[in-house]
Ligand binder design. Structure first.
Ligand code: ADP
Ligand code: 5GP
Length: 194
């Protein structure tokens, strides 16, 4: 299976980039900038069982699906990777990524560390990029200022952050998102030059 997936990827024309990092570190912000700046880059929309936040639309930020549908898709082996994150399922559909890579597009995934390591096992050529906060205190204040989580959800995200930071050395690149312009430029350069 591993060998098959790897050989499959070798025949693709685009490159796969995986962006991870703790909740609130700025992944979504960096992703938006990269997508605006790099014309050959597309974002693969994940599936999740999480409920949409205010302002989120099905098919734009995520495909919002039920637990039952997600588990059926797991059984059908439709996911390139999936994980249980902050008490919900999140996953990337194989078909979405394959279609874009075959069309010659570079594809960006924004996924958690468990998912990123699954992608690396299946597609060793994937480029793994970790976004780290300047400090845990900064992370907490960004998450609080974003104002999208309940106090309980916030605590879960912060306690998961420590585990995610422990895995940053598994990645090909680490970007510390302190100054936003500088972090955007680093991401652009990695995608452009890699
Ligand atoms: P993530 O997608 O990793 O959960 P977001 O992109 O939603 O994180 O960013 C979390 C919050 O931090 C947002 O309110 C965003 O505007 C802010 N933010 C992102 N990068 C920076 C930065 N370099 N400096 C200050 N605030 C930032
Ligand atoms: P949020 O609920 O804040 O949108 O995302 C929570 C976490 O789920 C983030 O760390 C995000 O990167 C991760 N995530 C989003 N989509 C996927 C996915 O398709 N697969 C995996 N493994 N994680 C994902």
């Amino acid at each position: 299976m591993k060998e098959y997936e790897s050989r499959y990827k070798m025949s693709n024309k685009g490159k796969l980039f995986v962006l991870s990092g703790p909740s609130g570190v700025g992944k979504g912000t960096l992703r938006e900038h990269a997508l605006n700046d790099l014309s050959n880059l597309v974002y693969s929309i994940s599936c999740t069982t999480r409920k949409p936040r205010e302002g989120e639309t099905d098919g734009i930020e995520y495909r919002f699906i039920t637990h039952e549908k997600f588990e059926e898709d797991i059984r059908q082996n439709l996911f390139l990777e999936y994980a249980h994150v902050h008490s919900d399922y999140y996953g990337t559909l194989k078909a979405d990524v394959e279609r874009e890579l075959e069309a010659g597009k570079n594809v960006l995934l924004e996924i958690d560390v468990q998912g990123a390591l699954q992608v690396r096992d299946k597609i060793p050529e994937a480029v793994l990029i970790f976004v780290a906060p300047p400090s845990i205190e900064t992370l907490e204040s960004r998450l609080r200022n974003r104002n999208t989580e309940s106090e309980e959800a916030l605590r879960v995200r912060l306690s998961n952050a420590a585990k995610e930071l422990d895995l940053q050395n598994e990645y090909d690149y680490i970007i510390v998102n302190d100054d936003l312009d500088k972090a955007c430029e680093e991401l652009r350069r990695i995608i452009h030059d890699d």
